[in-house]
Design a protein around this ligand. Structure first.
Ligand code: ATP
Length: 331
């Protein structure tokens, strides 16, 4: 295994920020740590980077234990949400900085900086200072600076969250493309499920310091292992009303029965009936909130032209092969 985390644990006082995390990464993989605020994803990334100290466990790079190695000796490239560029240095000098620290020869630094500027399409801006650039451009400089010393792993801590939606969108594609081209093993922290689904080879879904599930976007979407994953990735109805649960057995408490809104089937003679409480027309999709058996259930309908109105009565089915049993986290 290229990078291995074994029983990685970090406490802050009584807070167990990262709780015995095990994870293996293959070389060249793009992995996202995904989860809500406070789940421990940033702390986990900082532990890998060497910016936090492990309380327990070990981190191995090609079988070598990194635990005692400070951040600057790990040769990992790190990009933060806030760019963290040196404001008084030009773009080129920002990129050169890490190479100078590593005592690269002058000619080699110059060549590498040129290469990096091309890579992030900033050749025209080499002599500018960070304040003369847009946020997206500054983040590309930060990326070039992180990649310049040929790191063995690239660590991205919410690199897109400070940018506006349009720039974020285009940088998503740019980072993915660059990562694939360089084949560099990458870990990105994000709380944005769309970002993780679009960019990652594998998503590590985290909750309360622990990993709930690791898998591709498709696996997490179609086969969520836990209620947390089902609710965090995409939308899902957890069936609480006994009328809706009827016919599906399973011990309540330990498992939740759940179905995605697009898997509920509206039909003329469906087994369940309810009243439309909300209608959202989203173009190709119409999202209904339907009150049935004392619960509101979300139903998504695609490509339907006939308008539905609040107050309409509808009937629907919950196909058995679409209803999932999700483990409920014990913590
Ligand atoms: P966010 O997206 O908000 O940064 P996160 O998922 O990255 O959240 P962490 O920042 O890793 O979560 O924090 C995990 C837990 O550890 C939280 O309860 C947080 O308050 C706590 N924590 C993190 N860093 C420290 C610190 N330096 N001192 C004390 N507590 C900390």
């Amino acid at each position: 295994m290229f990078l291995s985390l074994r029983g990685v644990t970090r406490r802050f006082g009584s807070v167990l920020a990262v709780d015995h995390v095990d994870l293996d990464l293959s070389e060249g993989e793009f992995v996202c740590f995904l989860g809500p605020s406070g789940c421990g994803k940033t702390t986990l990334l900082r532990l890998v980077a060497g910016l936090e100290i492990l309380d327990e466990g070990e981190i191995l790079l090609e079988e070598t234990d990194l635990s005692g190695l400070p951040a600057r000796k790990r040769n990992f490239g790190v990009v933060f949400q806030s760019y963290s560029l040196f404001p008084n240095l030009t773009v080129a000098r920002n990129i050169a900085y890490g190479l100078e620290c590593r005592k690269w020869a002058k000619a080699k630094i110059e060549a590498r900086v040129g290469e990096m500027l091309d890579l992030v399409h900033l050749g025209q801006h080499a002599e500018k200072h960070p304040h003369e650039l847009s946020g997206g451009m500054q983040q590309r400089v930060a990326l070039a600076r992180a990649l310049a010393p040929e790191p063995s792993v690239l660590l991205l801590d919410e690199p897109l969250s400070a940018l506006d939606a349009k720039v974020r969108e285009s940088l998503r594609g740019e980072i993915s493309e660059l990562q694939r081209r360089l084949g560099i093993t990458t870990i990105m922290v994000t709380h944005d499920q769309d970002e993780a689904m679009e960019m990652a080879d594998r998503i590590v879904a985290m909750n309360r310091g622990r990993i709930e599930q690791v898998g591709s976007a498709e696996e997490l979407y179609w086969e969520p292992a836990t209620r947390f994953v089902g609710e965090f990735i995409g939308r899902i109805n957890v069936l609480s009303a006994s009328e809706l649960r009827a016919g599906f057995d399973g011990p309540p408490g330990e498992t939740a029965l759940a179905i995605r809104p697009e898997h509920v089937v509206l039909s003329e003679d469906g087994a369940h009936s309810g009243t439309v409480r909300k209608v959202a027309f989203l173009g190709n999709t119409m999202r209904l909130g339907v009150e049935a058996g004392g619960q509101e259930i979300e139903i998504e309908v695609h490509g339907r032209r006939r308008r539905m109105n609040v107050g309409d009565t509808v009937t629907f089915d919950l196909p058995a092969d679409r209803v999932r049993r999700l483990a409920v986290s014990s913590r």
